[in-house]
Design a binder for this molecule. Structure first.
Ligand code: BEZ
Ligand code: FE
Length: 297
């Protein structure tokens, strides 16, 4: 039901924001008010539905702890995290596309030598991930830093199983060599469900959605004078590539983990043959504000 009051109240709330000193905050609150009011006018929730919505948001907040961020998860499953990430990332075609950070980058990755194995348990199918970190003009980026993290072969991060997995399992902080090359050993990741024991799980169940993410490895790549990128590589052929619970798959990030039977190469990598091998380059955008001639500290 639309009455004069239901539109007048929107203008009254917007007018009440006139004193907001920060213009960006005023812009955000004004748009939030207009969109929220339009949603309510369109859907006309009953009082019971409104109370249910407040109860859901209250439970979402109450589920958050130092190691669990249910609001981020809610933003993820509603596609908002990917929208914000993509709007803020470099849209040009020649740099590596970004995707969600996710909630499991909550601990510092241990520094590891190039070629090290991040699978500290050795419980999965062995694989090597290798490639180069490049600038968007094609030059290699020696000394680029790669922060890597992934779930184990059963689909759990170390922080989810502190009594089962050693801290740092599936994680590594690597520095690219003089030619911008990197490589590390790991196990082929598996698809896994996002946490479903909280309000976000209730939301997925009541909408008939599954909680799975396709198999992936997370990266944050950074290099001096370049904009860092937060991304994943997804395992080609993985289940759920077309229905990621958090909508984070971009075609360019799907990589082959090729079955490789090459004993000399396996020896070079210190891995039994055959093994799976994912090769890809990470391309970063030169930061236009950085001075390439500036002296290093
Ligand atoms: C992850 O890939 O770690 C993740 C991302 C978003 C929500 C839950 C998990
Ligand atoms: Fe993940």
């Amino acid at each position: 039901m639309t009455t004069e009051f239901t539109t007048r109240i929107t203008e009254a709330v917007v007018d009440s924001l006139d004193g907001t000193a920060d213009p960006r905050l005023r812009e955000l609150l004004t748009a939030l008010t207009r969109h929220l009011h339009a949603f309510v006018r369109e859907t006309e929730p009953t009082m019971a539905e409104w109370e249910q919505a407040i109860g859901f948001l209250t439970a979402t907040g109450q589920t958050c702890t130092d190691t669990r961020q249910e609001f981020v998860l809610l933003s993820d499953v509603l596609g908002v995290s990917m929208l914000v990430e993509t709007i803020n990332s470099d849209g040009s075609g020649d740099v590596t596309e970004s995707t969600v950070l996710g909630p499991f980058h909550m601990t510092e990755s241990p520094v590891r030598e190039l070629g090290a194995d991040i699978d500290l348990v050795g419980d999965g199918e062995p694989c090597v991930v290798s490639g180069r970190v490049l600038s968007n003009d094609g030059t290699e980026l020696p000394g680029a830093v790669l922060d890597v993290w992934q779930a184990n072969a059963e689909g759990y991060y170390d922080v989810q199983q502190p009594d089962v997995q050693p801290a740092g399992n599936g994680r590594g902080l690597f520095t690219a060599d003089d030619e911008g090359r990197f490589r590390f050993r790991t196990c082929v990741p598996s698809p896994y469900p996002i946490p479903t024991d909280g309000p976000v799980g209730d939301l997925l169940r009541s909408t008939g959605r599954h909680p799975y993410r396709p198999a992936h490895i997370h990266f944050i790549a950074s290099a001096e004078g370049h904009t860092p990128v937060t991304t994943h590589i997804f395992v080609a052929g993985s289940d759920h590539l077309d229905s990621d619970a958090v909508f984070a798959v971009k075609e360019s990030l799907v990589q082959d983990f090729t079955e490789t039977d090459d004993p000399p190469l396996a020896r070079e990598f210190g891995i039994p043959s055959p093994f799976r091998h994912a090769r890809f380059d990470l391309v970063l955008n030169r930061d236009p504000n950085s001075d390439p001639n500036a002296e290093r500290p």
